[in-house]
Every structure is written in structure tokens, then in C-alpha cells.
Unconditional design. Structure first.
Length: 239
């Protein structure tokens, strides 16, 4: 099983997908009215597809999963570039935080990180942040789920692809109540040949997650929540 997709709910998938493609310099895979896909391939590391799927209405709550963008040596210049692409400032108290918070064209917040050792040699995405009620617990859940390992220099709550390249997966102290509504961003994992879907489901349950059963009809994948209520999908193995 491996991490494959970062999925955005979008009222305008093409508009939002083209924004993130321009931000990250990714490779376009699909460009259709109801879906847009673009690929981030890290040399020697993970391959992550950003998928934008149409939904009828914008989210009613902020996402509990968000991206942090590497700001490089001059994060001020990177912020200006992103504003020129269609991002906007969010009215939040930055305090002493080492990032600037922006929003994409559909209001999804993301950070522009200052140059820090923990994010050296990541990629355009410095980190994928997941809100967590118990980061020490949830980091072990996601370590088992993704096969990612402790990030060198990234702290006890950070994971990284086994190659130690690409973005960090960071479990962060929850800023809101446990997730009770659908998250507008979520992760997809893909089973590998030989993986037993029922054994994976049992492993998720044993580690504090649970399967979700939305009334969406028959789907070729299964939907779960981590111990803090963050949704993710487990896709079948490719033929």
C-alpha cells in the first residue's frame, strides 16, 4: 500500500487544478470539465497525483488537511508569485510562525514556509499537514498506513517517504473539534498486488481508525477515517 493522491473537492476543478499546477510546476494528466489531475514526481522519491473533483457547493468548514509550500531563500518573492497566480492573503494572526498563510482560489488555506533545515530538499510541497487530536498516536497510524518513515530532522510528528525525499507528512495539534463533516481535501492510498483489502481494513480498525459508509452507491474503493476523524480512501490494486 502506498500514498498515491491528494484529492481536492472543487466547484471549478479546472480553475483550481491549473492554479496548483502553476504553483507546483507539475505535469498535467487529465483535463476534463468534472475532473483535473496533475502529477508531482520527485526524482528518486514519491509520485503524488493532485486530483480535483467537482462538487456542487464550496466547503462549509476549513480543511483539516493543508499544504505548505517551500518558500526557498526568498519566501517574500514566492508569496508575490503566488498572489500573482490567484492566491490571496488570509486574515490570520501569524505571530512568530515561520510561514505566511494564503488561500487558493477556492479558499483552501496553505502556508508558504521560510527556509528551514527540516524542509531542506523537500520539493515544491514542503509538507502535508494533518490536524490531529493526538499526534503521537496518529503519526504511528500514518506510518503503518503509508510505509513512510520518521523524517530525519523533522521531529517526532513528521514522516517522509523512505527515500527521505519529497514532502513531509506532519501530524499537527488539532485546532478544531474532531472531524465530523467531509474534509474538502483528503489522501488516497493504493493497494499493491497481493495486499488483502480485508486485512488492511482490520489493521486500520486495530489502530484506531474506522471504515465509513456514505450513501454514494457502489464504489470501487473503500473510505476510512483515521483516529482523529480525517477521511482517506484506499483504492484497489492496479491490474
Amino acid at each position: 500500500m502506498y500514498l498515491e493522491n491528494l484529492v481536492f473537492d472543487a466547484v471549478e476543478p479546472q480553475r483550481l487544478g491549473r492554479f496548483w499546477e502553476a504553483v507546483l510546476g507539475t505535469e498535467r494528466l487529465t483535463d476534463e470539465p468534472d475532473g483535473f489531475e496533475t502529477r508531482l514526481a520527485v526524482e528518486g522519491g514519491p509520485v503524488l497525483d493532485l486530483c480535483f473533483q467537482r462538487v456542487p457547493d464550496p466547503p462549509s468548514e476549513r480543511s483539516r488537511l493543508h499544504l505548505d509550500i517551500a518558500g526557498g531563500d526568498r519566501p517574500v518573492d514566492e508569496v508575490e508569485r503566488l498572489l500573482g497566480l490567484g492566491a490571496r492573503h488570509l486574515d490570520v494572526d501569524q505571530g512568530e510562525m515561520p510561514w505566511v498563510t494564503l488561500a487558493d482560489p477556492e479558499g483552501n488555506p496553505f502556508g508558504v514556509m521560510e527556509d528551514r533545515a527540516a524542509y531542506a530538499d523537500t520539493c515544491p510541497i514542503a509538507a502535508i499537514g494533518i490536524d490531529s487530536a493526538d499526534p503521537a498516536r496518529d503519526v504511528e497510524f500514518w506510518r503503518w498506513l503509508t510505509g513512510w518513515t520518521r523524517a530525519a530532522g523533522g521531529g517526532a510528528r513528521s514522516l517522509r517517504h523512505p527515500s527521505q525525499s519529497g514532502p513531509l507528512l506532519e501530524l499537527r495539534t488539532e485546532r478544531a473539534a474532531k472531524g465530523t463533516t467531509k474534509n474538502p481535501l483528503h489522501l488516497d492510498l493504493r493497494l499493491e498486488s497481493g495486499d488483502d483489502p480485508d486485512a488492511v481494513a482490520a489493521g486500520i480498525t486495530e489502530r484506531g481508525g474506522h471504515e465509513l459508509h456514505p450513501e454514494w452507491g457502489e464504489l470501487p474503493w473503500r473510505i476510512y477515517a483515521d483516529p482523529s476523524g480525517n477521511e482517506f480512501c484506499v483504492l484497489p490494486a492496479r491490474p
